[in-house]
Design a binder for this molecule. Structure first.
Ligand code: ASP
Length: 310
């Protein structure tokens, strides 16, 4: 899906690449995306960073997506969260991994991006102490775990044994362009369902899961973290843009590399991209991917199954 108008401030949100399990889930995902777009748009006048983080924080509070409360569970049945944020003006980034006591790791990542010359990347157990230091509400680990997430973990464990495969994906992310031409990228996840304790995916890793550079564009990815990190897909997509690729082609080629060279044979990946002019691309090679975009004049599109249009 691309937005043909291609200019001016915009917020793009996704609810993850994968296959939505049924009609009711699809409805809830799309409702979540609509809510996130509204929450983010309400902050777009305050800046791209505020808008992207507000959208992702909304989905962290929602229980349907794989972020914050209701996130996909690790193999030991606990929720272990990762998040990342990058500011396109300063190109500072923040990444947190292994968060067990905070419903809004994206806000921790945002605050970390303001620390030091380049931002910061913090792992467990210190990532859990950041909430207090930054004044972000913390929570008990059990508050992150929903009945649905427990049920999905059981079903997925059975299914994985039967078919010898994972993964189940539905990381959330947002990219935004504000009226001052600033770009931002934000991402949050419980990681891949059934992940082993200690596993870190692409979402907190700058360049793999997210990238923002006011000179070119901002991108957030979803899919198999091990592959996205190795390929540096978010940065790669923006780099292709900077080398003159059209937005749709940059997205398509960055995703194609995952399949061609990096072994994502199941086609489980997707990304959202916004250019510095405000063109929007949402592309995926997974069966489905929920998401949408919205502009300050209220024009918007939300869908569960994007198809490449360029
Ligand atoms: N990229 C995430 C990870 O590997 C999973 C996802 O996109 O849902 O942790």
């Amino acid at each position: 899906m691309t937005d043909g108008e291609q200019s001016g401030p915009v917020l793009v949100v996704h609810g993850g690449a994968g296959a939505l399990p049924g009609e009711e889930d699809r409805r809830q995902y799309l409702e979540g995306v609509r809510g996130a777009l509204a929450a983010g748009l309400a902050r777009l006048e305050d800046g791209a960073a505020e808008a992207a983080c507000a959208a992702v924080a909304y989905l962290e509070s929602e229980t349907i997506t794989n972020a914050g409360r209701g996130a996909a569970l690790a193999s030991d049945g606990t929720a272990v969260l990762d998040a990342g944020f990058m500011d396109g003006a300063s190109r500072r980034y923040g990444g947190v991994t292994g968060v067990r006591r905070c419903m809004h790791p994206v806000l921790l990542a945002r605050r970390l991006s303001e620390d030091g010359d380049f931002g910061r990347f913090v792992g467990a157990p210190e990532s859990d102490t950041l909430a207090e230091a930054f004044g972000v509400p913390s929570c008990a680990p059990e508050e992150l775990v929903t009945e649905r997430a427990r049920r999905l973990l059981d079903e997925r464990a059975r299914e994985a044994r039967r078919r010898d495969e994972g993964p189940w994906l539905d990381t959330v992310g947002a990219v935004a362009l504000d009226a001052a031409g600033r770009l931002a990228a934000a991402v949050s996840t419980g990681g891949m369902s059934l992940k082993r304790p200690g596993r870190i995916g692409d979402s907190p890793v700058v360049g793999g899961g997210y990238w923002a550079d006011d000179r070119h564009g901002a991108c957030v990815t979803t899919g198999v973290g091990e592959v996205l990190m190795r390929q540096g897909t978010a940065r790669r997509c923006v780099q292709l843009l900077s080398e003159g690729h059209a937005p749709g082609a940059a997205a398509r080629d960055a995703l194609a590399e995952l399949v061609d060279y990096e072994g994502d044979r199941r086609g489980a990946s997707g990304l959202i991209l916004v250019t510095r002019e405000g063109a929007v691309v949402l592309d995926h090679n997974s069966v489905e991917m929920s998401g949408g975009w919205i502009r300050p004049d209220g024009r918007s599109e939300v869908t569960a199954a994007w198809r490449r249009t360029t």
